[in-house]
Design a protein. Structure first.
Length: 464
């Protein structure tokens, strides 16, 4: 099957080389790109290079600077045009040594990771009795002042779902739990990792402090350590925990968005902006989050760049430099506000490397002829066009969306994504190359159809 697809791809691409690109039917070239991706796309070598040569690359770190240099070199080596960086600054958060343990008569180690943005504990750590809540709602129901001097712990489990919605539902536990606990008097906060695995690796992620509460140190427990605390508390005796978190922040740390283009042959000023984020969390090597998204979008654009003739519109790939702790999307939207009316489509790949199962298009565009063509090209990939319109696109492009830029959402199978996400297990071996190539096929077909057709995906009210 894959050999036959590869052969047909070669035939169509050869035909494109000997005839004018204008005469080449849109659907045939899109299908050829799809099949070429399925036969082995350029994405995996890009991801292997990034995760092997750079490894973890938190925004603001020395590794992120090396990742930026890697991105520039990689885009140039792959033949992209206008390769450059767009610098901005962030407040970088740098993790130091961390530990947690149960103290008292049954002392034992707890596997934790500090949450991104957490303040450190005082030197020597903080030790206190825990107040354990089985659900986040139970914490919110606790009266003000009732957690005075305690370490609040929430052990609610995140639900595994195909569409990743379990993560969204559980997100406030990690994002807002520390401030909610602090408002009630807690001196520190622990939550069960937002994760679906059953091993001892904790999963980190950013928190947000609210201005109306003291900033208290906060960390994620591994899933099994959260369950261990559940059992200890069930014994009916007070449980004490000692938590030690070190970290510091670096104001005005340099960060970069790395950009390359496939310049359009007829309408270079009409631009499609796609990408993934180059930064990652520190425990793993950022393979599924989000080296995969970088590799998928670079790989798709590379296939288009290699066509005998570039499509009419420009395809721009951005490696966003600070998604996890915010910064890159805001910087990009600000720097490109004047250009936004000419950005004809945007989207971000940031849900791992497992297969895409649906495409959400801008409202009211699914019946346009070019999108019908696209739907037919995507159908063999087992991707359907969702009836619900696109909404979000990804953290790094939502700023453009707010400026009226049309956006797509590719929904990937997220069933196992949160087994790995933000943990030390986010490494290259978790990526299945044929599944990632299905993503590349889908992105290449979509981007080509929009770049080569004159399709207008902007809602009437938002036209420039
Ligand atoms: Zn991500
Ligand atoms: Zn992430």
């Amino acid at each position: 099957m894959r050999l036959a697809l590869a052969a047909s791809a070669a035939l169509v691409l050869a035909a494109a080389a000997t005839s004018s690109a204008n005469a080449q039917p849109l659907a045939d070239t899109a299908a050829a790109l799809r099949d070429k991706a399925l036969a082995g796309s350029p994405a995996y070598p890009v991801l292997e290079s990034l995760t092997t040569e750079i490894g973890a690359r938190p925004a603001g770190s020395a590794a992120q600077r090396r990742a930026m240099e890697w991105g520039v070199a990689k885009l140039k080596a792959l033949g992209f045009q206008n390769v450059h960086t767009e610098p901005f600054t962030i407040t970088a958060w740098v993790r130091g040594p961390e530990s947690a343990e149960v103290t008292g008569v049954n002392p034992q180690h707890l596997a934790i990771l500090g949450l991104g943005g957490s303040v450190p504990t005082p030197a020597g750590g903080v030790e206190a009795e825990i107040a354990l809540f089985h659900t986040y709602a139970d914490l919110l129901a606790a009266p003000m002042g009732s957690l005075k001097g305690k370490i609040a712990v929430v052990t609610e489990a995140m639900v595994r779902t195909q569409d990743g919605s379990g993560y969204g539902a559980a997100n406030p536990i990690r994002r807002s739990g520390a401030s909610e606990a602090a408002k009630r008097g807690a001196v520190a906060y622990l939550c069960r990792s937002l994760a679906t695995n059953e091993n001892r690796l904790p999963h980190t992620g950013a928190l947000d402090y609210t201005p109306d509460a003291p900033k208290i140190p906060a960390a994620a427990l591994s899933v099994v350590d959260a369950e261990q605390l559940d059992r200890m508390v069930a014994l009916g005796k007070p449980v004490r925990v000692k938590l030690s978190l070190d970290s510091h922040t670096v104001p005005n740390a340099p960060a970069w968005n790395v950009v390359g283009e496939v310049v359009g042959r007829e309408k270079p000023d009409q631009i499609i902006v796609i990408g993934g984020h180059l930064d990652s969390w520190d425990p793993g090597t950022g393979a599924i989050d989000d080296g995969a998204g970088v590799a998928i979008t670079v790989g798709a654009a590379k296939l288009i760049n290699d066509l005998p003739a570039h499509p009419k519109r420009t395809v721009r790939v951005v490696m966003f430099g600070s998604e996890e702790m915010d910064g890159s999307g805001e910087a990009y939207a600000k720097a490109h506000a004047a250009e936004a009316p000419h950005i004809v489509l945007t989207g971000e790949s940031d849900e791992g490397a497992d297969p895409i199962w649906s495409l959400a298009l801008p409202k009211g565009t699914a019946d346009l002829p070019a999108m019908k063509t696209l739907a037919n090209v995507l159908a063999p990939l087992k991707i359907f066009v969702d009836r619900a319109p696109s909404r979000f696109g990804g953290s790094d492009v939502v700023g453009l969306v707010m400026q009226g830029v049309p956006v797509i959402d590719y929904h990937q199978d997220a069933t196992r994504y949160f087994d790995i996400h933000h943990s030390a297990d986010d490494t290259l071996d978790k990526v299945d190359r044929p599944k990632m190539d299905q993503n590349v096929a889908a992105w290449a077909a979509l981007v080509y159809v929009v770049a080569e057709s004159d399709v207008d995906l902007r809602p009437a009210a938002a036209k420039p």
